[in-house]
Design a protein around this ligand. Structure first.
Ligand code: SF4
Ligand code: SF4
Ligand code: SF4
Ligand code: FES
Length: 350
């Protein structure tokens, strides 16, 4: 079908929402609770748009397109509405952008800037959440910076399938928590970190990144997770000392922004001073350091000797899911073509 957004004639498919069509065509409609992985929640109202012939603005993330629809996304009245929405969110927010670790990577801060929210006009009752919840080794929850967008709750339930967290109470006392306020380690949390990746504010933060660097100082590098053969794509956030301070993911990668606990929180081994950096050869029960040349020559000599003395079938190889497909291919090729045996196996087969 054809429709118009901000004067641009566009094509869309039945069932798409206005927000999806806009994003597909590079039109930026503000949003805080939207995720392509979730059913639309319509919680934050930041995506309000005007439709010709419709009296009140509608939320673009929950409204499906129809043929001939004419949509405006950034009129003066919509800007005013969004400004009030941000003011309302900040009225009940621990605004400390000067020192907040999320600054520079915070959608709420971005929208406050975009809609010129200079000071909060709304005074009165406020939420009195005490401090930061620090109940697990990987991330903290600061309900004073939560805008109740439901994203973490919905991702945990709809994508991760755990429903470890939910909202409790009503009105000013509403907050995200676990059943009976138990520590995450005592319930079914998998520590996938999806909620942390997607939180639009500083309410959920990786502990490893706190007070390490401002977001804009971090170098970003794409890599493949070294832990298993699924091959999730990761984004490393590296500080000026070349230390990985956190791992993030993009929703447009092969793993659609998801990882397990190892990929998200287990890459600190990369910076460990205990990592082996040189090959070791065991002699008379003790390891000694060797050069790569010496170690590889020794392995090659012994492989050749065993094959020549006892035949290729005296050898077998077990490869690892931590290797890439290409490495596993080379391993079996080496065993068949060089060692002359089909005795190859893989730890992930069982
Ligand atoms: S969460 Fe965002 S808006 Fe809130 S203090 Fe931190 S940077 Fe500022
Ligand atoms: S913790 Fe973050 S993702 Fe969860 S509801 Fe609050 S602001 Fe939204
Ligand atoms: S880390 Fe994963 S399982 Fe745990 S609360 Fe967040 S989304 Fe749910
Ligand atoms: S993004 Fe549409 S209501 Fe939040």
């Amino acid at each position: 079908m054809k429709l118009t957004i901000n004067g641009e004639k566009l094509e869309a498919t039945e069932g798409q929402t206005i927000l999806e069509v806009a994003q597909e065509n590079g039109i930026d409609i503000p949003n805080l609770c939207y995720s392509p992985e979730l059913k639309p929640e319509g919680a934050c109202r930041m995506c309000v748009v005007d439709i010709e012939g419709v009296a009140d603005p509608v939320t673009a993330c929950t409204t499906e397109v129809s043929a001939g629809m004419v949509v405006e996304t950034e009129t003066p009245s919509l800007k005013k509405m969004r400004k009030v929405l941000v003011e309302l969110m900040l009225a009940n927010h621990d605004v400390e952008c000067l020192t907040c670790d999320k600054a520079g990577d915070c959608k709420l801060q971005d929208y406050a800037y975009r809609y010129s929210v200079k000071k909060v006009r709304f005074e009165g009752e406020k939420t009195e959440f005490k401090g930061i919840k620090d109940d697990n080794p990987f991330f903290i929850r600061d309900n004073r910076k939560c805008i109740l967008c439901y994203k973490c709750v919905n991702l945990c339930k709809q994508v991760q399938g755990e429903a470890s967290i939910n909202l409790e109470n009503r009105g000013f006392d509403t907050r995200v928590t676990t059943a009976f306020d138990l520590p995450l380690e005592e319930i079914n949390c998998q520590f996938c970190g999806l909620c942390v990746n997607e939180c639009p504010t500083g309410a959920l933060m990786e502990k490893s990144a706190l007070r390490k660097a401002r977001n804009w100082e971090l170098k970003k590098g794409s890599t493949i997770c070294p832990y298993c053969g699924v091959g999730c794509e990761l984004e490393l956030n590296i500080d000026e000392n070349d230390q990985i301070v956190k791992v993030t993911t993009n929703s447009d990668n092969v793993n659609r922004g998801q990882t397990c606990v190892k990929g998200k929180f287990g890459l600190d081994f990369v910076n460990s001073e205990e990592r082996l950096t040189k090959p070791l050869i065991k002699e008379e029960g003790r390891f000694r350091e060797a050069s790569w040349e010496e170690a590889l020559d020794k392995v090659a000599d012994n492989f050749g000797r065993i094959r020549d003395e006892f035949g290729g079938d005296a050898t077998a190889a077990l490869s690892s899911a931590k290797c890439t497909n290409e490495e596993n291919y080379l391993m079996q090729k080496f065993m068949r073509a060089v060692m002359g045996t089909n005795s190859v196996d893989h730890c992930a087969r069982l």
